[in-house]
Design a protein around this ligand. Structure first.
Ligand SMILES: [Ca+2]
Ligand SMILES: [Ca+2]
Length: 260
């Protein structure tokens, strides 16, 4: 239909007079009279037609409002959803950062307590005070370790240098965890394991089980040669009653998880 053929309606409502009956009476019913007239498209709009246009405009308005409302609600929901996703992503990122920190902490080199020196995953303590061998061992055990057990050339190299640095004079040697107190000439480490005869560092002429100062001979081992020694050979058997400094050894503590 072309624009010239648009029909406008003129609606009038009339009420029948002279009847004041009950509300349910049909005489009270209001009827509407509708007249439809055709106007020329070239002429201006009449007041009635303008009113109708306004009326039509109003009739469309609620549906547009509803549509806008729905779009607004959807947009608000989308914004909220994006906000939640962003928040979740931030939480995940923070968790990953904390996880990396924890993983790094776990892979860090284990650390020793104050006064202990870390080497090869073990902690070593070089005592200040001098004690007989058995009391020296007790002191190590009290600190959750034991007298040192040397089970590699590399470990002997480390200890020989350390002891040499700490020795004040040539007799200032250190007890290690080696003894033949149970059976003469059967050398055992403090943990009961036998000495590997292919991995020994006896000073020349040792062990000699010398009885000059103790009739029981020499059943405990000390190490160190302040002036240095060929091929790391600085072990001496000595009476267990002698007072010497000592070397304690224990496993390095594993890194602990931090509370996050
Ligand atoms: Ca002996
Ligand atoms: Ca000796």
């Amino acid at each position: 239909m072309s624009e010239a053929e648009v029909l406008y309606s003129d609606v009038k409502f009339t009420r029948e007079r002279g009847n004041t009956g009950t509300a349910s009476s049909p005489a009270e019913t209001t009827y509407s009279e509708v007249r439809i007239s055709k106007t020329q498209p070239s002429t201006g709009l009449t007041a009635d037609s303008q009113q109708q246009l306004v009326s039509n405009g109003r009739s469309k308005f609620p549906s547009e409002t509803v549509a806008l409302g729905v779009v607004s609600v959807l947009l608000a929901a989308a914004v909220i959803a994006l906000g939640l996703i962003s928040h979740k992503n931030m939480e995940l990122s923070q968790r990953l950062t904390e996880h990396d920190a924890v993983a790094k902490n776990l892979t860090d080199e284990p650390k020793c307590e104050e006064g202990w020196e870390l080497h090869g995953g073990k902690c070593y303590n070089f005592s200040i005070d001098s004690l007989p061998w058995y009391l020296s061992r007790k002191q190590c055990i009290d600190q959750h370790g034991d007298l040192v057990k040397i089970d590699s050339r590399e470990e002997q190299t480390f200890l020989e240098l350390k002891v040499r640095e700490k020795m004040n004079e040539d007799e200032d040697k250190f007890w290690i965890g080696l003894t033949d107190s149970e059976t003469e000439d059967t050398w055992l480490w403090a943990d009961g394991s036998p000495l590997d005869t292919s991995l020994t560092f006896w000073f020349s002429g040792e062990p000699d089980n010398w009885t000059g100062r103790d009739s029981n001979g020499e059943d405990c081992v000390r190490m160190g040669e302040k002036g240095g020694t060929p091929d790391l050979k600085c072990w001496f058997d000595k009476s267990c009653k002698e007072h010497h400094r000592h070397i304690c050894e224990k496993e390095a503590a594993a890194a602990r998880l931090k509370c996050v």
